[in-house]
Design a binder for this molecule. Structure first.
Ligand code: SAM
Ligand code: SF4
Length: 335
C-alpha cells in the first residue's frame, strides 16, 4: 500500500489543481496584461507527461483533479488528456475530475467532457452585461459563453458560476447575478481579487471589493443559512432558502483558511506550488523527464515537495500596500 501524502501540518493532500496551458483566448484585466508573452511550447508538459504526472499523484492518494489554465479547453487535443484521466474514475482511484473554464469552448466540448466522466464544471463569468463582459475580459464575448452554458447544461453538466468581485464594476450585479443563476439552477461563488502577477496599468487596489459585507447584503433580500460544508479551500458557503442556491465566498484576503488546506497546484511546466500565495515550488518536470521509464524519482520529488508545504500565505491589502503580492500570474498556477 502506498503511503498517502501528508504535509508537516498533518494535512492530507487529496486535491490537485493542474494548469494544462498558460494560454488563453481572453485577457481578463485582473489576470493578464493585454500583451502577454507565453511560454515556448517545449517548456510545456506534453499530454503524455501530464498523464504520467497526474497518474502518479492519483497513486499517492489524490482523489480530486481540477483542470485549469490559462484556458484549459484551448489546449490542442485536450480531450485526449481528459479521456486518459477518466480511467482513474473508472477504477475508483479518483472521486472527481472537473474543470474551471471561461466557457468559450463549451459549445464544442460539453458532450465530450460528460463522456470523460466530468459531472460538474466551474465557469468564470463576472457580469451579465455584454459591454462590461467585453471590457473585463478584453477579448471575450458574452453570447459565445452563453451558448457554451446552454450546451453544458443540455449535456447534463452541473454548472457553478465563479465571479471575481470587482469594486465599482459588478457590485451592482449582486442580485441580478444571483437571480439569473437561480433561474438556471446554478450555484454562484464570488472571489475576492488577489494580488497576482503584473497586469499592466489596471489599478489593483481600486479593484478590491471585500466580501465581508456580502452576506449581510444578501440577507436584506433572502433568508441566508450558513452551511458547514468545507472543501478544504478558502471558500465558505451559505444557502438562500428562497432559491435553494448555494452562494460561495472565496476570501483569501479577508480570512485565512489555510489550516484546512488540502491542495497543491501543478503548473503547465511541471512546477508544483505547495501554496497559491507563496513562491516555494518544486520542479517535477526534471525527475519526470530524466526517468522516462520509472516514476520512483518523481514520487520521491513529490513527497519531498509536500514535506515543504508552508502553513499559509501572506497576502495583505490592509495596509493599502501590496504586501505579499505574488509576481506570477494567476494563469500560471491556474487560480
Ligand atoms: N481560464 C479559466 C477561467 O477563467 O475560469 C481558468 C483559469 S483562471 C486563472 C481561474 C480562476 O481564477 C477564474 O475564476 C478567474 O476569475 C480567477 N482569477 C484570475 N485572476 C484572479 C485574481 N487576480 N484574483 C482572483 N481571482 C482571479
Ligand atoms: Fe483567461 Fe481565465 Fe485568466 Fe480570464 S481568468 S484571462 S479567462 S485564464
Amino acid at each position: 500500500m502506498t503511503a498517502p501524502l501528508i504535509d508537516p501540518f498533518a494535512r492530507a493532500i487529496t486535491y490537485l489543481r493542474v494548469s494544462v496551458t498558460d494560454r488563453c483566448d481572453f485577457r481578463c484585466v485582473y489576470c493578464m496584461s493585454e500583451n502577454m508573452t507565453f511560454l515556448p511550447k517545449k517548456e510545456l508538459l506534453t499530454l503524455e507527461e501530464l498523464d504520467r504526472m497526474c497518474s502518479t499523484f492519483v497513486k499517492l492518494g489524490v482523489r480530486k483533479l481540477r483542470i485549469t489554465g490559462g484556458e484549459p479547453l484551448v489546449r490542442r487535443e485536450i480531450m485526449t488528456f481528459f479521456r486518459a484521466m477518466s480511467r482513474h474514475l473508472d477504477s475508483g482511484a479518483l472521486d472527481e475530475l472537473t474543470v474551471t473554464t471561461n466557457g468559450s469552448q463549451l459549445e464544442k466540448y460539453a458532450e465530450d467532457l460528460v463522456a470523460c466522466g466530468v459531472r460538474r464544471i466551474n465557469v468564470s463569468m463576472d457580469t451579465l452585461d455584454e459591454a462590461k463582459f467585453a471590457e473585463v475580459t478584453r477579448w471575450g464575448r458574452l453570447p459565445q459563453v452563453m451558448r457554451g452554458l446552454d450546451a453544458a447544461q443540455a449535456a447534463g453538466l452541473r454548472v457553478k458560476i465563479n465571479a471575481v468581485a470587482l469594486k465599482g464594476f459588478n457590485e451592482d450585479e449582486l442580485f441580478s447575478m444571483t437571480e439569473w443563476c437561480a433561474s438556471r439552477h446554478m450555484d454562484l461563488t464570488w472571489i475576492e481579487v488577489m494580488p497576482m502577477g503584473d497586469i499592466g496599468n489596471e489599478n489593483r487596489l481600486g479593484q478590491y471589493w471585500s466580501l465581508k459585507d456580502m452576506r449581510k447584503t444578501l440577507a436584506e433580500r433572502y433568508t441566508v443559512t450558513d452551511l458547514d460544508e468545507r472543501t478544504g479551500g478558502p471558500a465558505r458557503y451559505v444557502r438562500l432558502e428562497e432559491t435553494g442556491q448555494k452562494i460561495g465566498f472565496i476570501t483569501p484576503l479577508t480570512h485565512n483558511f489555510c489550516e484546512s488546506c488540502n491542495r497543491v497546484r501543478l503548473t503547465c511546466t511541471g512546477e508544483l506550488y505547495m501554496c497559491l500565495g507563496q513562491e516555494d515550488m518544486a520542479d517535477l518536470r526534471k525527475p519526470l523527464r530524466d526517468f522516462p521509464d520509472s516514476e520512483t524519482a518523481l514520487e520521491e520529488a513529490i513527497r519531498a515537495a509536500i514535506s515543504l508545504k508552508p502553513k499559509g500565505h501572506d497576502f495583505d491589502y490592509s495596509r493599502q500596500s501590496l504586501d505579499g503580492q505574488m509576481p506570477r500570474h494567476m494563469s500560471h498556477t491556474g487560480g
